[in-house]
Ligand binder design. Structure first.
Ligand code: ADP
Ligand code: MG
Length: 432
């Protein structure tokens, strides 16, 4: 079997998540060679980047054959939902990530709500609609705030938390009539607003066997103190103690075990990352949503928190032989501060030259997201979230101090970032 020797890995994707997966591959004794498609400016400095439509299963299979790759790691959800892993599996090429059937947990919120109801996984009460009029009639009878969600993939923009009935009705018209998210708004989920604090639970799943990575927290709003517009995520840290030992016990018993049993019962041999977004409410943890890949920027703080080689774990999962008992986590805390382009999350500047520090202090790393390597070798901005400063420390405070000491050394026109990443945990730790 090809994987008995060393791995020639192909990573699909182009964000910070994929750059941190690339770094894990470069550190891994299992890996002989790693390529990325399509990659970004930072990845181009460390590995061969290949232009490809990563969401096209035929193109991916062709690239795998051309490059002689024998293991594929899929970063984002779109190729998973498009059946890239199905195509690779049919061709006998091991890949990390679920099949398209499993990826529906993210690609259809209507499907995932139905799954949770059938398998008694605690989540917000909801109704799904395909017609505007009944949706409007329903929403008028519900209390506010209320949550309106386009069912299909919407790159993190398809959810509206309406604080008035007028807002809720406008959101329904935008999604179902004006089709602002295209076919992703053909079905709309209307759900109860859950009060509480959120956490990101990243599971590496092999059927009913799973590894729970340290619970993390993302920071979606662009401004300090969770103000301003929503973004793809301005920073993250792990672990978070909003998941107390008691919350963790209930999370495993009431959410994770029923979810993995449900997948099996429904005939899905789920292998890959399962991201469970939870709300820690007064009555216990409840699911906000499932994602079928690592979160970005959560992945960037979780890869360094593994003592065990993450690539070995992914390979074992792809081959269906993973056992979680052997996995070792690194003690301490990890943080990422995202540096964004001028204008983000609105219209952004692109093409600005980036100056990076020549050396980094111990425990600090830089992960690229929206960057590009120009023909002359200069790295320039090319996306909203440009790069992230990742730091590890014995405590979150130490990690944050390390990260924020490096942030001002990264320079590009229009750069902005949050100064309060991890504030909830720092308060809980009594150091803020
Ligand atoms: N039922 C809910 N109650 C409270 N907040 C919610 C609820 N559903 C979603 N949210 C908020 O909206 C955000 C986005 O919703 P989510 O379901 O994660 O969709 P997506 O990530 O696909 O945009 C969540 O991270 C959470 O902050
Ligand atoms: Mg989400």
């Amino acid at each position: 079997m090809a994987t008995q020797g060393k791995l020639e890995v192909l990573i699909l994707g182009s964000g910070g998540r994929e750059h941190s997966l690339l770094k894990a591959c470069l550190r891994s004794p299992r890996v002989a060679k790693v390529r990325v498609a399509p990659g970004n400016g930072g990845m181009a400095l460390e590995a061969e980047c290949l232009e490809i439509d990563a969401a096209n299963p035929v193109a991916v299979l062709d690239l795998v054959r051309r490059t002689g790759s024998n293991f594929v790691i899929v970063g984002p959800e779109v190729p998973l939902a498009a059946g890239v892993v199905d195509a690779l599996e049919a061709a006998g090429i091991p890949a990390y990530g679920p099949l398209a059937a499993g990826a529906r947990l993210e690609a259809s919120k209507a499907f995932s709500k139905d799954f949770m109801v059938r398998h008694k996984v605690p989540t917000a009460a909801s109704e799904t609609f395909r017609q505007l009029e009944p949706a409007l009639a329903y929403v008028r009878q519900q209390p506010v705030p209320i949550v309106i969600k386009a069912s299909g993939l919407a790159a993190g923009k398809g959810v509206v938390i309406a604080t008035t009935h007028a807002e809720a009705e406008a959101a329904l018209r935008d999604m179902m009539q004006a089709k602002v998210f295209g076919a992703s708004g053909d079905e709309v989920v209307i759900e109860e607003f859950m009060q509480g604090e959120e956490a990101s639970i990243m599971l590496m799943v092999c059927g009913e066997e799973y590894l729970m990575l340290p619970p993390s927290q993302d920071h979606k709003r662009v401004g300090d103190g969770d103000t301003g517009l929503n973004t793809g995520g301005m920073g993250a840290y792990a672990p978070t103690t909003v998941v107390t030992p008691e919350v963790e016990r209930r999370l495993r018993a009431e959410i994770i075990v029923p979810t993995l049993r449900g997948l099996k019962a429904d005939g899905m041999d789920y292998r890959g990352t399962l991201y469970v977004g939870i709300m820690v409410t007064a009555t216990g943890p409840r699911v906000v949503e499932y994602n079928v890949r690592f979160g970005d920027p959560e992945c960037q703080v979780l890869m360094p928190s593994l003592e065990t080689d993450p690539v070995q774990i992914m390979e074992d999962i792809a081959l269906g032989r993973f056992r979680s008992a052997s996995v070792k986590l690194r003690p301490g805390a990890t943080i990422i501060i995202v540096l964004a382009a001028g204008g983000y999350p609105g219209e952004i500047r692109k093409g600005d030259e980036i100056t990076l520090p020549a050396t980094l202090p111990a425990g600090v790393d830089i992960v690229h997201s929206g960057t590009k390597r120009r023909a002359d070798g200069q790295v320039v901005t090319a996306g909203g979230r440009v790069l992230g400063v990742v730091a590890h420390g014995a405590t979150l405070r130490e990690a944050a101090q390390r990260a924020y000491s490096v942030v001002p050394l990264v320079k590009f026109e229009g750069c902005h970032y949050r100064r309060d990443i991890g504030y909830r945990q720092l308060r809980r730790d009594g150091v803020l």
